[in-house]
Design a protein around this ligand. Structure first.
Ligand code: F0G
Length: 475
C-alpha cells in the first residue's frame, strides 16, 4: 500500500534532511533551509532520507497504481507520481505543471547507426517536457522547495534550458519572479525566446556560462534570492525520476547502459543517486553502467577522469589534478566552445557528485566532436522525434563506445535525449542547408566539414510541371 496524504503530512517533514556528500564530514542540516554547500566543509549536499520512517512501496510496480489517479495533478506528473522516492514535501506543497510525460522509444534505425542489435537501442525523450527539456524534472522539485521556503524570487545561470524551465514555472504558477543569467551570444534562439516570452528578468552577462554561474551565486547570496541551479540538491531529487520512468517503460527491468550528455553534471549525479537509493531500498537488484559524453569543445570531465585519473575514491578525491587543470584553463585561456551550446561549460559544478556517480555505476567518460554530434542528431531526427545538439552527444557517444567494444551489440542501451528538436533550429537548418555560406558560418567555423546525413530542400521554379517532375524524381 502506498502512503495516504494524511500519513504524508506527519512523516515527510521529518524524514528528509540535507547531508554533506563528503563521507568524512557527513554534516546534516534540516530540509527547510536554503543551502547549496556544507557549512562545515564547503562540499556539495545531498537530500537524504530516513527511509525506515518513509512509506516506500515494496516493489517498483506498485507505482502502477498511480496511473489510475491522473485527475490528481500530483499523480499526473511523471515526477511526483514517484513522490514516495523523493519525500521532502507534503502533497499540498507540491508544485507541478504536468512535467515528465516523456517517452522511451526503441529505434532500430538509430540502433543500426550506433551498431546495436535490433531491439537494443532506446531513446528517452526528455524534450517532451513542458518547457522542452529534462530541466522540468528538477525544476518542479526546486520550485516546490522554494515555495516551501516562501521565496518570491528565484534565479539561475543558464545555457538556456534551465532558464526556460524556471521562467515557465514562474509564469505558469505566478508563485515567484524568475531572474535568469545568461552569457551574451551563448544561448540559442529557441531558449532565449522562451525566457523572454515567459516574462523572466533576463540578465545578459558579458561572458560565458561559467561567468554567469559565478555571478548568480554571488547575487543570490547578497540579495537572498532562491538559486535553482543544480548545486541546489532539490533539483537533483526531481531528476532522479528520469531513471524511474526509464525503468517503468522497460517493465521495471534495469538496462545495461545509461548514456547521457555531460554539462554541469546534474543528470549523471541524479541518476546515480536514484540507483543508490533503489538498491538500498531493495527495489532493484542491479545497477546499469553509466556513460557520460562531453562535447570535445567542452571536455573538462573527460580530461579530469580519463586523462588525469581523477576518481571519487570513496569520497577522498585528490583535488590536485583538478586545481592544476583549472590553472591550465586560466593560463591558456581555454574556454568551452561547441555547437552543443547547452553543454558549453568549463567548470561543472557537480563534478564531485559526478565522480561518485561514475564509481557507483562503473561509469566511463567520452568526448565526441561537433561533427559526430550533428551527424548523430540528424539520425535521431530521421529515425525518431528529434533532439537538440547537446542531446545527440549521447547517441554519438554510444556509437563511439560500440566501436571501442565497451558497449556490446547485445547490451540494452538507453540514451537520454535531454532537449527538444526545436530548441536550436539554427544548428539544424545549417546542417541540412544547400547554402554553403550558411554552413560555413554556423558549422564550418566549428570544424564541421560535411553533412553526410543532410536532407536538403530542393529548389524548383514556380511551375506545376517542374514541381511534379522534382517530386517524381526524388520520392
Ligand atoms: N543537455 C541539455 C539539453 C542541457 O540543457 C544540459 C544542461 C545538459 C544536457 C547537461 O546536463 O548539466 O545535467 O550535465 N543545461 C544547463 C542549462 C547547463 O543551463 O540549461 P547536466
Amino acid at each position: 500500500m502506498l502512503q495516504t496524504s494524511n500519513h504524508t503530512k506527519v512523516m515527510q517533514t521529518e524524514i528528509a534532511f540535507h547531508r554533506c556528500i563528503n563521507p568524512a564530514c557527513g554534516a546534516t542540516y534540516e530540509p527547510r533551509s536554503i543551502r547549496t554547500s556544507c557549512d562545515k566543509c564547503g562540499d556539495l549536499l545531498d537530500i537524504a532520507y530516513d527511509w525506515d520512517r518513509a512509506a516506500v512501496p515494496s516493489k517498483m510496480s506498485d507505482f502502477e497504481a498511480m496511473w489510475s489517479q491522473r485527475t490528481n495533478p500530483v499523480r499526473f506528473s511523471g515526477v511526483w507520481r514517484f513522490h514516495e522516492l523523493l519525500p521532502f514535501a507534503r502533497q499540498d506543497e507540491i508544485v507541478t505543471v504536468g512535467e515528465g510525460q516523456t517517452l522511451l522509444q526503441q529505434t532500430d534505425s538509430v540502433g543500426d547507426y550506433v551498431g546495436m542489435n535490433h531491439g537494443q537501442l532506446h531513446l528517452q525523450y526528455e524534450g517532451m517536457n513542458p518547457s522542452g527539456s529534462f530541466k522540468d524534472n528538477g525544476m518542479c522539485a526546486a520550485v516546490t522547495h522554494a515555495n516551501m521556503m516562501g521565496a518570491k524570487r528565484a534565479a539561475c545561470a543558464s545555457t538556456g534550458n534551465t532558464s526556460a524551465s524556471l521562467a515557465l514555472y514562474c509564469s505558469a504558477t505566478r508563485l515567484m519572479k524568475a531572474i535568469i543569467f545568461i552569457g551574451s551570444g551563448k544561448i540559442s534562439y529557441g531558449k532565449l525566446s522562451q525566457a523572454l516570452d515567459y516574462g523572466a528578468l533576463t540578465v545578459q552577462i558579458a561572458g560565458d556560462f561559467d561567468d554567469a554561474m559565478i555571478r548568480v551565486r554571488q547575487v543570490s547570496q547578497e540579495l537572498g534570492i532562491y538559486l535553482v541551479n543544480s548545486v541546489n540538491p532539490f533539483r537533483l531529487e526531481g531528476q532522479k525520476t528520469i531513471m524511474f520512468r526509464v525503468l517503468e517503460s522497460l517493465g521495471w527491468e534495469v538496462p545495461d547502459w545509461i548514456v547521457v550528455p555531460g554539462g554541469n553534471l546534474g543528470n549523471s549525479s541524479a541518476f546515480a543517486k536514484a540507483f543508490m537509493e533503489l538498491k538500498e531500498l531493495g527495489l532493484v537488484d542491479r545497477v546499469p553502467r553509466l556513460a557520460i559524453i562531453n562535447a570535445s569543445g567542452a571536455d573538462t570531465l573527460y580530461e579530469l577522469v580519463e586523462r588525469r585519473g581523477v576518481r571519487w575514491n570513496g569520497g577522498d578525491v585528490n583535488m590536485d589534478p583538478i586545481r592544476e587543470y583549472n590553472d591550465v584553463m586560466d593560463r591558456d585561456k581555454i574556454r568551452a566552445d561547441t555547437i552543443a551550446s547547452a553543454i558549453e561549460i568549463n567548470r561543472p559544478v557537480n563534478l564531485k557528485k559526478c565522480l561518485r556517480a561514475l564509481e557507483f555505476m562503473d561509469g566511463v567518460v567520452r568526448q565526441v566532436s561537433d561533427q559526430e554530434i550533428l551527424d548523430a542528431k540528424a539520425k535521431v531526427g530521421a529515425g525518431g522525434f528529434g533532439c537538440e545538439p547537446a542531446s545527440a552527444a549521447s547517441v554519438a557517444g554510444a556509437k563511439l563506445l560500440r566501436r571501442e567494444g565497451v558497449i556490446a551489440p547485445s547490451d540494452r542501451v538507453v540514451c537520454i535525449l535531454t532537449g527538444h528538436e526545436l530548441k536550436d533550429p539554427t544548428a539544424t537548418v545549417a546542417y541540412h542547408t544547400t547554402d554553403q555560406d550558411l554552413f560555413n558560418k554556423t558549422l564550418g567555423s566549428r570544424g564541421v566539414t560535411k553533412a553526410s546525413h543532410a536532407n536538403r530542400a530542393i529548389a524548383v521554379p514556380n511551375e506545376l510541371d517542374d514541381i511534379m517532375k522534382a517530386i517524381e524524381l526524388y520520392s
